[in-house]
Design a protein around this ligand. Structure first.
Ligand code: PLP
Length: 416
């Protein structure tokens, strides 16, 4: 569910005409719906209301400060993966005791910053990292609370680039190695193991892999209690999928009920790290048609958004629904590739897609662009990044101004 809807043939973001936003802010333009973010967060968070839990939104999905603040005000915690994300969530006023820090490559200064902020816990991905965090905590005369990320070796049946819980992935530790790591954690004086963590992948459209992982983790937890390691937090990561096209992912409430059955008798605080399911369908990317081009084999619509704005189609061959901002009833439909201006054949937003014939200057909306859209954008081909707008009812906030040419070179002072 989202609040990007057509009224009288025209696309609205909540109560605001998308065309009006484009008149003011130009294209390519990211538009987010606050009401959708709130709805998704509430649906997700309330699915676990019978369990002690903390919903830590995965910041990398969409890290705009306005979004972080909005979710923070609703009580969200945050799952971060870098010092930069820590900086953002602290700026957004998030309670450090609701922050968990994931990722395989935490740098020393990032660890220091997180200890300084006194975050809830680090999700550890290797013994080397554990030793490094102990060393930094010792130097700072403090203790780091940690979970160790287990790699449960379950197949999430999603795109290979976004499956993370298979043995061959770089993430987490397989059980016997994780057990060694917990023993080490228990002995290290500046480390306090309090949790167990896993995250098996993204865009999962079935609950079964989550439940398989959970079974393995609960078994593992018993092994830890034999070692007198008391686990208070169980972090199941993120990964719940959304509908981009025909997918039919489980509703969060279904997920919540399934977990509740397995966790009802456990004295644990459940941590969840949803990203895509909160942000994905809460944003669109609006682009303008530049040219039509016919070749002997294909029809192309060339638009002013490109892979630097939204890389998911190029990177994962992801499907994003694309539709005219102003609906067209009588025009012919043609099969087209929607491509951007970037000098790469991989620069496409859709391939072999049936769309109404579009004229230069007309607008297209690319749906489900709220997660892993702007956050994965770049300036490739020296294209200033798009602006981001947050709509709440009829209230419009420029959440990030469009970059200008000076933004492209402003850090190259030494060369000007
Ligand atoms: C990316 C990521 C998430 C969020 O994944 P979604 O599929 O967006 O829900 C959660 N936890 C970790 C550790 C991640 O890397």
């Amino acid at each position: 569910m989202h609040y990007f809807e057509y009224k009288n043939g025209e696309l609205y973001a909540e109560d605001v005409k998308v065309q009006d936003l484009v008149k003011e802010y130009d294209t390519p333009l990211y538009i987010y719906s606050a009401r959708t973010f709130k709805r998704h967060f509430t649906a997700f968070d309330s699915a676990f209301k019978e369990l002690k839990h903390l919903t830590c939104y995965s910041v990398k999905a969409n890290s705009n400060l306005c979004i972080l603040k909005l979710l923070g005000q609703m009580g969200a915690g945050m799952d971060i993966v870098s010092g930069g994300e820590l900086f953002r969530v602290l700026k957004a006023g998030i309670d450090p005791q609701k922050i968990v820090y994931s990722g395989v490559g935490k740098r020393e200064h990032e660890i220091e910053e997180a200890l300084m902020a006194d975050i809830l816990m680090f999700n550890i991905e290797s013994e080397d990292e554990l030793k490094k965090i102990n060393e930094v905590a010792q130097r700072m005369n403090t203790t780091a609370r940690i979970s160790i990320r287990i790699n449960p070796d379950v197949d999430p049946k999603t795109h290979p680039y976004i499956s993370t819980g298979l043995k061959k992935n770089k993430f987490g530790l397989v059980e016997d190695i994780a057990l060694q790591a917990y023993k080490l954690a228990k002995d290290l004086p500046h480390i306090q193991p309090i949790g167990l963590d896993c995250h098996i992948g993204s865009q999962l459209t079935s609950i079964d892999p989550f439940l398989d992982a959970l079974d393995k983790i609960l078994e593992f937890k018993d092994k830890l209690s034999d070692l007198d390691i008391e686990i208070k937090y169980l972090d199941l990561g993120g990964g719940l999928g959304i509908t981009y096209d025909q997918e039919n992912p489980p509703h969060p409430s279904e997920f919540g009920q399934a977990l509740q059955q397995k966790l009802a008798n456990q004295d644990l605080t459940l941590i969840l790290e949803p990203g895509r399911v909160i942000a994905g369908n809460a944003g669109i990317l609006v682009t303008r048609v530049l040219y039509n081009k016919k070749t002997p084999t294909k029809n192309f619509i060339i638009v002013d958004a490109a892979m630097n704005d939204l890389i998911r189609p190029s990177l994962y061959k992801s499907y994003h629904k694309i539709a005219p901002v102003v609906q067209k009833n009588k025009t012919n439909k043609i099969v087209v590739d929607v491509v951007g201006p970037i000098c790469e054949s991989g620069d496409f937003l859709a391939q072999e897609r049936e769309l109404p014939e579009m004229q230069s200057g007309e607008l297209l909306a690319i749906f489900s662009a709220g997660a892993y859209g702007f956050t994965m954008s770049s300036q490739y081909n020296s294209r200033p990044r798009a602006a981001e707008i947050l709509v709440d009812g009829d209230k419009i906030t420029l959440a990030r101004r469009r970059e200008i040419y000076m933004d492209l070179i402003q850090l190259e002072d030494n060369c000007i």
